[in-house]
Design a protein around this ligand. Sequence first.
Ligand SMILES: Cc1ncc(COP(=O)(O)O)c(C=O)c1O
Length: 435
Amino acid sequence: MNLLASQLNQVIEKGNPHIMEMLSEIGKKLFFPKGILSQSAEAKKKAYKLNATIGIATEEGGIMHFPSIMDTLGTIRPEESLTYAPSFGIPALRKIWKESQFEKNPSLSNKETSLPVVTSGITHAISIFADVWTDPGDVIVLPDMMWGNYNMTLSIRKGVKITNYPIFTAKGGFNVEAFENRVKEEAAKNDKIIVLLNFPHNPTGYTATEEEGNRIVRILTDVARGGTNVVAVADDAYFGLFYEEETLKESLFARLCNQHERLLAVKLDGATKENFVWGLRIGFITYGCKIQGDPGPFYEALEKKTAGCVRGNISNASHLGQSIVLKSMQDKKYPAEKEEKFEVLKKRANRVKAVLSDPKYKDAWDVYPFNSGYFMCIRLKSVNAETLRLHLLDKYGVGLISIGERDLRVAFSCLEEKEIPELFDIVLQGIEDLN
Ligand SMILES: Cc1ncc(COP(=O)(O)O)c(C=O)c1O
């Protein structure tokens, strides 16, 4: 094992030996290399005469560039966009994102978490998470309705076994009992389980209520107390888009942090969906757990392993993307902009609810519970979802997503409010055509 990896492992072992057990085989071997990037960081501080360390090009004391590139970037300087960002992410963005996590999640106050490590979007965060914390054959507990890409990132690429529970009860809430049974069944068979929680949820647009959320935290803490290592991952891609009174308004990550030595909470979030910058590809991985002694070196060790994994994978996320997100978050307009877009999406969600309460749709579909995020789903009663999707596309020029035999996902995030009644009327018409 590389000496740097062993040193990080010693720090982790001392702070919490169970976290060491949870690391994957790759995770145990990971370290942040003292390669070109760290030598060049040293040179940046000390090489006052000549600095010939890093694989970029300079000219006349500045960064070599094409004016045709810089002309498109407005006020952003080459040093903030064309040069490499650190594999950890740029420090100011990591700091401001962490501060925003604490603002948005009151249960984090008085708790210690790592600094977020920047990834190239949340898909990449999931993939890096999988490298650091999962081995082939590990079990991950997910609901039966889930974002399809977990299959690619976790099951196909890493050989992790996905095990499901039915997401909703017949009455229409989160199926805490089914969740508990599945988690406890897996805990009885495995020394470590991984549980992925995604609220607001893709594809249904559901977020657990306060009560359901607290029960989830209790169940996972109980399982950890019972002697199973629990890696609880919150995929908070759509964080903040909570439209109903009764739903949780913070990430379960915040409540899971610091609950038990055998419980590692991992937060995967990002600017992509939250700040409507999908193509800028800015995501984050943040850790929270119980630690003996000083949390500083412990979290630094986890950050180094995670950034080492990024270094060996994409090297670093887009500097330009990070700078744009940072400048936006530092802008005094930012809070008002965020609020304004939240209101737009909330109005659309409310309109969907109002439209769907019309009894004319009753024989055509059931509506899955939704209260947050970008999406909602309907369950078709009489036609196949894919057949209907193709029919709506061909005859009416309307595009929706079919999932399995019966479910259709509607992204109300990309419908104007006034288009919502027409959309559902066309879906109804399509069903009548097929029947
Ligand atoms: C639940 C969930 N997580 C993660 C992602 C990926 O987000 P990103 O664009 O940041 O990779 C998506 C995107 O559809 C998603 O629905």
